[in-house]
Design a protein around this ligand. Structure first.
Ligand code: ZN
Length: 265
């Protein structure tokens, strides 16, 4: 907790908050991109000094933290070859446009799954006991799509890599919000999700909407960003209830190359 408070003050001091903010279209959906107030419950567990930076074109503000993680092995000609071979049928170029030609991803985590804590209960109105399971299924759906990241669901929020919490509604026309942190290599090193139970208008979100919103937010967690393709779950205004082939192929391509710049020399 002390660490959390310490990290919070670092953030408050110089803050650049990060965020992938989105609007859903399972309701009044409007695409929104905005800074978010820091909720201490969502603060990544910063064991390294936080180095707030804002980079234009990252699809919102992403928190950057120096880490001691292993630098990726990068062979730029090979990366560019894989992209040109694989980019048909994906929206990977739309993602790169939103983050200045950089690929962001987790290291492979098949053998050491990321720990996810989904808030199991909420006293907020219109929370349904079935919702947490829908969220867990959303994480597993992306693993099944070929992303080499597995998830395990923990009961202790303090031990989670990725906390997921319920909020009543946002004060803007969005129904979910993902914040993520990357390191200097563009490895994603932390993420958190907030899911609303109501539209901004107060109308409750049903199970189908919660499932779609969760799929979309987990897409952000694994490193995806928005696409103009409305058949895809990563459309800023979500109109579908499952991943599209474009979603799957894009995620696979993101994980077929290391993190970092994909700019041509
Ligand atoms: Zn989004």
């Amino acid at each position: 907790m002390k660490r959390l408070v310490g990290a919070l003050s670092v953030i408050v001091a110089g803050m650049a908050l990060f965020t992938a903010v989105q609007a859903r279209r399972i309701a009044p959906r409007t695409s929104v991109s905005a800074d978010a107030p820091l909720d201490s419950a969502m603060l990544p567990d910063a064991t390294e000094p936080l180095v707030p930076q804002i980079s234009a074109g990252e699809g919102g503000l992403v928190n950057v933290r120096l880490s001691k993680s292993t630098p990726p092995s990068r062979d730029l000609p090979e990366i560019l070859r894989r992209l040109s071979d694989g980019e048909a049928g994906t929206y990977i170029r739309e993602i790169f446009l939103q983050r200045a030609d950089n690929n962001a991803r987790w290291p492979d985590r098949q053998l050491e799954p990321l720990r996810v804590w989904v808030q199991p209960q909420s006293t907020l109105p219109d929370f349904q006991p079935s919702f947490p399971e829908l969220v867990r299924q959303a994480f597993d759906r992306w693993t099944r799509a070929g992303v080499p990241v597995a998830f395990t669901f923990v009961v202790d929020s303090a031990r989670a890599d990725i906390p997921v919490v319920w909020v009543d509604r946002f004060d803007m026309p969005i129904t979910g919000r993902t914040r993520w942190t990357r390191d200097q290599y563009w490895w994603i090193v932390g993420a958190s999700i907030e899911l609303a139970l109501h539209h901004q208008s107060g109308a409750p979100l049903d199970a189908e909407a919660i499932r779609a919103i969760a799929l979309h937010e987990v897409g952000h967690v694994i490193g995806l960003d928005h696409t103009m393709d409305e058949r895809s779950i990563m459309a800023a205004r979500v109109r579908v209830s499952d991943l599209s082939p474009l979603d799957e192929h894009t995620a696979q391509l993101v994980y077929s190359i290391p993190p970092g710049s994909v700019a041509k020399p």
